[in-house]
Design a protein around this ligand. Structure first.
Ligand code: EPZ
Length: 431
């Protein structure tokens, strides 16, 4: 599988809209589960094998961090092997930290392994301020002393890591992951209250437990970590990507088409199913497969309010909005997780969408037909939403800055083409 070029590369997607999508695809492994699992491989000092590990710009960045630390890291298709017996470094340089937000997950993992870590501020999608205060206060409760020096975080646990009782003021996904990664290396029991309940937390805990950790309660709001007797080598299948699954459902829905998603995890799609049903789609679950059939014209949805799991996922807000933009009637979106997650709105407007935004509320008045335009992906999910809208639009759409999409959607255009979309990747340099 080819690794895509960087965010700044001059590639774009050209989409000829108006074709009904139909067919079946196998959904990729979850980016947001693979990333913390790759970081967790540092903790164990053993050989970790991740299967269904998506080949994305973000997972490749995580593998580069692992190599920098001194872990032997190899990919063969969807299988990634990490040997972490003898890492040599506990720092992550700025060039690697800037490549993705979730590089901050290495903080908990490095502390767990070495009792020390040096990182700079993380990069990633610009969808909000994205502070890390909850991560840092939780880590200091586990015995970590934190200093900052010219934007660098210098963390040490001079007296070792110890278990703690931690109550998060917000169920942050990343903070919960960092606490888990750090707490599995601590002496004594850790209890996390108001923990994030996202399925990716459950998947990380399943991987760590397979490696020998003792984590209970993942998936609920109270998680307990008790010290382990030792780690072992382990092979783990990354969970299917629930956001990629919903994105392909939206892509088919907006064209009045149908898609069967194979080998997915339908139970984790529960938060988005009412939305699809309100828009007039029929969703049928059969074992691990999901079949979506859309009406010719979508209907508007009731108010969509993004919330931590099991609420409506912020990561699907943009693609849901692309559906609403082409639906009959008015839909309202309230974004409660990130303060800057409507960056796709001006781009959707270029395609003829009627959307007004006030603070964190977007009112979307569906139009009979979106029209092709030249638009720019500003972040991963916003970029996927533009492609979704383009599939429904009359004429040709050009989406630039698609490096953002390559962060998290594996073989996006290839899978859409398989469903019948007319879509191609153009290297502007080569034109
Ligand atoms: C994870 O980000 C995901 N990333 C995001 O997916 C996802 O949008 C988000 O969870 C919410 O579901 C990964 O898993 C790699 P948070 P994370 O900490 O961990 C505030 C995608 O497109 N906050 O739950 O960064 C924060 O600013 C990405 O795949 C603090 O104030 O999310 C935000 O408003 C983008 N202080 C809210 O909490 C902190 O210390 C939720 O953040 C931490 C977070």
């Amino acid at each position: 599988m080819p690794v895509r070029k960087g965010v700044d590369a001059v590639e774009r997607l050209l989409i000829e809209g108006g074709r009904r999508l139909e067919g079946e695809i196998r959904v990729q492994g979850a980016k947001n589960s693979a990333l913390p699992c790759l970081a967790a491989a540092v903790v164990t000092g053993q050989t970790s094998v991740l299967t269904r590990c998506p080949c994305l710009r973000d997972t490749e960045a995580a593998m580069q961090i692992l190599r920098h630390i001194g872990c032997e890291t190899v990919r063969a298709g969807e299988r990634v092997i990490v040997r972490s017996a003898s890492p040599t470094r506990w720092d992550v340089p700025q060039s690697l930290m800037r490549r993705m937000r979730s590089s901050i997950i290495f903080l908990g993992a490095l502390l767990s392994r070495f009792g020390r870590a040096e990182l700079s501020a993380p990069g990633g999608c610009e969808i909000g301020l994205r502070p890390i205060d909850l991560h840092l206060s939780a880590l200091s409760a586990l015995g970590v002393q934190i200093e900052t020096d010219c934007g660098k975080l210098i963390c040490r646990a001079p007296n070792g890591l110890h278990g703690a009782s931690i109550t998060l003021s917000f169920p942050s996904v990343g903070a919960t992951e960092n606490i888990l990664l750090c707490a599995v290396g601590a002496d004594g029991k850790t209890v996390i209250r108001n923990a994030a309940r996202e399925p990716e937390i459950l998947d990380l805990a399943a991987f760590l437990n397979g490696c020998g950790a003792a984590i209970e309660g993942a998936g609920s709001d109270t998680i307990t970590v008790t010290p382990t007797d030792g780690f072992r080598s382990y092979e783990h299948a990354v969970m299917p990507d629930r956001i990629a699954a919903a994105t392909f459902m939206a892509a088919a829905a907006v064209t009045g088409g149908s898609v069967r998603l194979l080998d997915t995890a339908p139970e984790y799609l529960t938060p988005v199913l009412p939305f699809f049903e309100q828009t007039g789609c029929a969703v049928q679950i059969s074992g691990a497969d999901v079949l979506l059939r859309a009406p010719q014209r979508l209907q508007s949805a009731r108010t969509v309010r993004t919330m931590p799991y099991p609420g409506f996922p912020t990561d699907f807000q943009a693609s849901a909005m692309a559906m609403a933009a082409a639906a009959q009637g008015t839909s309202i979106f309230v974004e409660t997780i990130f303060e800057n997650r409507f960056k796709h709105v001006p781009e959707l407007r270029r395609m003829g969408a009627k959307i007004t935004v006030q603070n964190n509320v977007a009112v979307v008045e569906g139009v009979p037909r979106l029209c092709g335009a030249s638009v720019q992906a500003t972040d991963l999910r916003g970029g996927s939403a533009l492609v979704t809208a383009a599939l429904a639009a009359q004429g040709e759409t050009s989406v630039c800055c698609i490096g953002h999409i390559d962060r998290g959607m594996e073989q996006f255009e290839h899978n859409l083409a398989k469903l019948g979309a007319r879509i191609k990747r153009i290297d502007t340099d080569a034109e």
